[in-house]
Write a protein that binds this ligand. Sequence first.
Ligand SMILES: Cc1cc2nc3c(=O)[nH]c(=O)nc-3n(C[C@H](O)[C@H](O)[C@H](O)COP(=O)(O)O)c2cc1C
Length: 314
Amino acid sequence: MTSTTPVDPKDLRSALGSFTTGVTVVTTRNDGQDAGVTVNSFNSVSLDPPMVLWSLAKSAGSFPTYHSAEHFAVHILAADQEPLSQRFATKGIDKFAEVDFHRGVGEVPILDGCSAVFHCKTVYRYEGGDHEIYVGQVEKLEHFDRKPLVFHGGKYALAVPKKKPDPLADDARTRGFSANSLTYLMGLVYFQLMQRATAQLADRGITEAEMAALNILAIDDGRTAEEIDAMVRISGYRIDNDVLQHMADKKLLALAESADGVRAKLLDAGRELQLEQVAFIQALEDDALPEGAYAETVLAKELLKTTARKLLKS
Ligand SMILES: Cc1cc2nc3c(=O)[nH]c(=O)nc-3n(C[C@H](O)[C@H](O)[C@H](O)COP(=O)(O)O)c2cc1C
């Protein structure tokens, strides 16, 4: 069939991209040959009997394998399976090399780590222009509690549910701030975590400013008080020679005269303390985050990084 409508394929692809989908890998085995393709044309068809569909480009290298296959399996990819999606969307490679799988209904390869797997028997095949449409009856399904990978506008994305209003909105401590204020929420989380972290520092006789200086020296040793001060100032701490002298008294660092001022070098005790504190804060953060919030955590970090870059530039 030839196209009779003046629809530009590029426009069509771009407009279809505004329809957000999950990402699946459809696998099959036919005549002793395994095949797997990344697919987002997957959809549900019928609940009773349970049926699903997807379509495959006739130009796909694996088209002959699917065309007469009796079974296929649809894998709904999890948020961390972007590499798997890319692998099964790449032509001309051994797609199953270095991929963990076992055999399912009809000896079809079943990939590990997905959100859901539908083991299907091919019940209908339809012509679909440059694609062929496959309808499968679901013979077995597996469902795991994993966040899905999302595809939108030609890019991979993560799904974040819109939250309902929560008790935080009525918290008296919002003190006039809206509980939807990012600044308030960041402050709340930051101070709650830092209260715990500084309590542990205080037990060891270390101030927050001293800790900030240790963090700088751990990355870039041998700096002057002035240089360290310039770098920690964005966090609100101030460092001068007196602070460094206190730290030297505690054997956290050694001070040495140089042409442009006194330079601080970390001693073993300072280095160890810094590493322990980083691990302690990481553990606090891990404990504080809700379980299974992988997608939300990645998104929150990206948002904060972008905001931080913007603020540092202005
Ligand atoms: C997110 C995503 C969704 C895709 N969806 C489909 C699809 O629904 N149908 C299709 O034929 N190809 C789709 N592709 C392209 C195929 O995965 C790709 O062309 C694959 O390499 C074809 O298989 P082959 O290696 O057997 O040629 C998609 C690719 C990506 C990255």
